[in-house]
Design a protein. Structure first.
Length: 402
């Protein structure tokens, strides 16, 4: 669609009504489009629609739209079936859109407008559905065809659609139903779409599942912190929400890379950013990458750092940040538990070594004491020593000659 065509369809502010002395009401002040000269959106041609239309922004925009420039024709010529459909569309706050005519021309209410993003909403009104949703038409186009051909409604739950409605390819999910619309002659000429966007619910469930899986994997971990870092990278890197991941751990010289799922992730980071996050203890967002401190020892001392790069098809919003904070918290807790476990093992090992040293010292002292209490045995010529006494040692408790 050309820029000029989209401009004429651009949705603007809700128009106001002006009334001259003895004149019919005229729609004025509409920045989306101007009413054609000599055309009045008043009782003469839109009395059937005005009471419903002026109750909402999109209703007013629809009332003022130059429909004579579309296959639907002037609003005054719409048949009763189309009028009833329009009244129904603008009588609910639930997201509703209907498409009508050979080009499946779009008409929608305020609720559906929010689903059009920041860009499509500027020109979608009165446009063909296949132009507005060109990027997902391979997914939804066959559903429209099915409804028009069979007169049977469809039902889709949490359907994934990769839309470009705000200037970037966006992962979205929708639950919707398409139903046939008939004209006054009983012919199927349109489709009614009642929809709700479920993107937030689907993505939130998925992210919580990722955090749960991470908790389970880290709780079962019994290896070193280096092994734990590799477990984190293997589990998070390449998931639906984290494109790449890296874990840094403390070292004698400051900090070191323990594991990464993608070396390119490290090359994209500004020089010194990881050290800055480690020393300040504050997370930093760099483009799509979240860099957060890991307080391994549980106090304010510098610890490790977790780096996660989000996938490009979801906006880096408050929900994305919260997910990455939860992930960071889970990893930090696991590292603290691993450090505590290692400290306990080191303590038990040291305690066992100390006990062994003390036992050895006790044995040596006992041997020396027994030696000091013994006098050299007599050695008569007619006596044969069968068994020689040895002081108590590792496996002897008593001594003597036998």
């Amino acid at each position: 669609m050309s820029a000029s065509r989209r401009a004429t369809r651009a949705e603007g502010a809700r128009p106001a009504l002006a009334r001259g002395a003895g004149a019919a009401p005229v729609v004025v002040g509409c920045t989306r489009t101007s009413v054609p000269e000599g055309h009045y959106a008043g009782p003469m041609d839109s009395e059937w629609f005005a009471p419903t239309a002026l109750s909402s922004d999109m209703g007013a925009a629809t009332l003022a739209f130059p429909w004579e420039q579309t296959p639907l024709g002037p609003i005054s010529t719409w048949d009763e079936s189309l009028r009833q459909t329009a009244r129904m569309c603008f009588s609910t706050r639930f997201p509703v859109i209907f498409v009508w005519g050979p080009e499946l021309t779009m008409v929608y209410n305020d609720g559906y407008r929010e689903m059009l993003g920041t860009q499509k909403r500027l020109w979608a009104l009165g446009a063909p559905a296949h132009e507005v949703w060109a990027e997902i038409w391979d997914d939804v186009g066959p559903l429209f065809d099915e409804v028009l051909a069979t007169r049977r409604p469809t039902w889709s739950v949490d359907t994934p659609l990769l839309m470009n409605r705000s200037g970037f390819d966006e992962e979205t999910y929708f639950t919707f139903s398409y139903s046939p619309l008939v004209d006054d002659a009983g012919e199927v000429v349109g489709v009614l779409d009642i929809a709700t966007e479920t993107t937030s619910q689907v993505v939130d469930r998925r992210r919580l599942s990722t955090v749960d899986d991470l908790h389970v994997a880290l709780q079962e971990h019994r290896g070193s912190t280096e092994d734990l870092a590799r477990t984190v990278v293997d589990l998070l890197g390449g998931t639906a929400d984290v494109e790449a991941c890296a874990v840094y751990l403390p070292s004698a010289s400051g900090i070191r890379l323990a594991a990464t799922s993608d070396d390119a992730l490290l090359a994209e980071l500004p020089t010194g950013l990881v050290d800055k996050v480690r020393t300040t203890g504050r997370p930093v967002v760099h483009e799509r990458t979240f860099v957060a401190p890991l307080e391994v020892d549980g106090d304010s001392a510098p610890g490790g750092v977790l780096v996660m790069r989000a996938r490009p098809h979801r906006p880096f919003d408050a929900s994305q940040r919260q997910f990455m904070m939860l992930t960071t918290s889970a990893v930090a807790s696991a590292l603290r538990a691993s450090e505590w476990q290692r400290a306990q093992i080191d303590y038990l090992r040291a305690h066992a070594e100390l006990n062994e040293i003390r036992a050895q010292q006790a044995r040596e002292g006992s041997i020396e004491l027994q030696h000091s209490l013994l006098t050299p045995p007599p050695t008569p010529r007619d006596l044969e020593v069968v068994v020689r006494y040895q002081p108590a040692g590792d496996d002897l408790e008593i001594g003597g000659d036998w």
